[in-house]
Design a protein around this ligand. Sequence first.
Ligand SMILES: Cc1cc2nc3c(=O)[nH]c(=O)nc-3n(C[C@H](O)[C@H](O)[C@H](O)COP(=O)(O)OP(=O)(O)OC[C@H]3O[C@@H](n4cnc5c(N)ncnc54)[C@H](O)[C@@H]3O)c2cc1C
Length: 398
Amino acid sequence: MSKRLWKSHELKKGYDVVIIGGGVNGLATAYYLAKMGMKNIAVLESKFVGYGGSGRNTAILRSNYRTPEGIRFYEQSMGMYRDLAQELDYNLMFSEQGHFTLGHSESSISGLVTRAENNKALNVNSYMLDPKEIKGMLPEIDITDHPRYPVMGALYHPPGGIIRHDAVVWAYCKEAEKLGVEVHNLTTVEDVSIKNGKITGVKTNRGQVSCGKLLSAVAGWSSEVCGKVGLKLPIATYPLQAMVTESYKPWLHHVVVSSTLHIYLSQTDRGELVCGNGIDNYTHYGMQSTLGFLEGYAAHVLELFPILHNVKVQRSWAGLCDMTPDYGPIISKINEIEGFYLNGGWGTYGFKAGPASGYNTAKMIFDDKEPEMIEAFSFYRFQNNTLGGEKAAASVGN
Ligand SMILES: Cc1cc2nc3c(=O)[nH]c(=O)nc-3n(C[C@H](O)[C@H](O)[C@H](O)COP(=O)(O)OP(=O)(O)OC[C@H]3O[C@@H](n4cnc5c(N)ncnc54)[C@H](O)[C@@H]3O)c2cc1C
């Protein structure tokens, strides 16, 4: 019989730290906290690890964002991802195959050039290509002037790529457990107890659990969980859909994104094309895929790659995305409630953040102070009017 990667535990009466959410951000935080020497940590997950966005994403990793704080943060994450398979002793299948963001108008090209310059200034490898250079690397793409949106150029990011998302989640879970963290599946946090402005515990479907520090790392469910402590978030939850096709001979050797056409695609080692588009245009907590998504995606992708007219869709799905107004995450202490911390606002881009997010969140909980790397992601930027500006680089680009 194969060995289980992690064990089941009795739920104890109390822990020093409770983390709500068994996705990449909650599990990575638990792992780095335990590595820093914190004891007595529990991760409480309502369904099973990887049930949320962490098991539903299209696994694109990159760091060529637009703002200096975004670029630095995602670059730290990419650096950590490069060594992660070794650190967590698990094959994560990280393939740095290069990431194209296509531009189809003067204004989108100008935005991509700004990103290329900002990335260059911070030593991140990302530069512009003209249509001929694009065609040389993506021979199947249509760069004629017939489509509605001709390809005018692209921002290319050689270190960008894809990873096996499930493996990342499982590996963090397995190594966190080895360091003494308890991960409890099927454990829903139903309420939060606060006394004299301090976190004292949580009520779960398996009983009351006391704790001194509590982290909400529930992405699409952030508004619901933070509502339990009376915290109103500037977050709206939208579904995001994706699909995979049947397997084909390898032909697409890079990740391709077009925000004008609202599509992205890549090919896995098994030959399936993994495809996605922008968030649905209504807020919702449903995770059903729709025919409208498939039709819209198919129409747009054929404008770029007409050779795909006969591919067969294998399955499609949706996940929840917690969008903030400035397309930046929120990683923050909540000053009004002692012992309460928030990791959320990950929108459509939080999987690539996992290692840096987990490390910096762990450091924040350990020191009870945000490290400099994540100061720009404070919850209080929405009160102080110091919002970021990551929309151009974060929307469909993943
Ligand atoms: C279709 C799609 C494609 C995407 N593509 C990419 C991509 O290519 N690259 C990228 O970087 N990002 C991508 N993302 C975004 C990324 O998946 C998420 O931002 C990221 O996985 C969020 O991770 P998390 O750990 O914060 O939350 P999640 O993985 O969503 O985990 C939150 C967990 O909290 C649990 N939970 C909720 N409420 C409670 C409660 N009350 N008690 C206990 N547990 C609770 C949930 O069950 C869930 O498992 C995509 C998302 C989707 C949906």
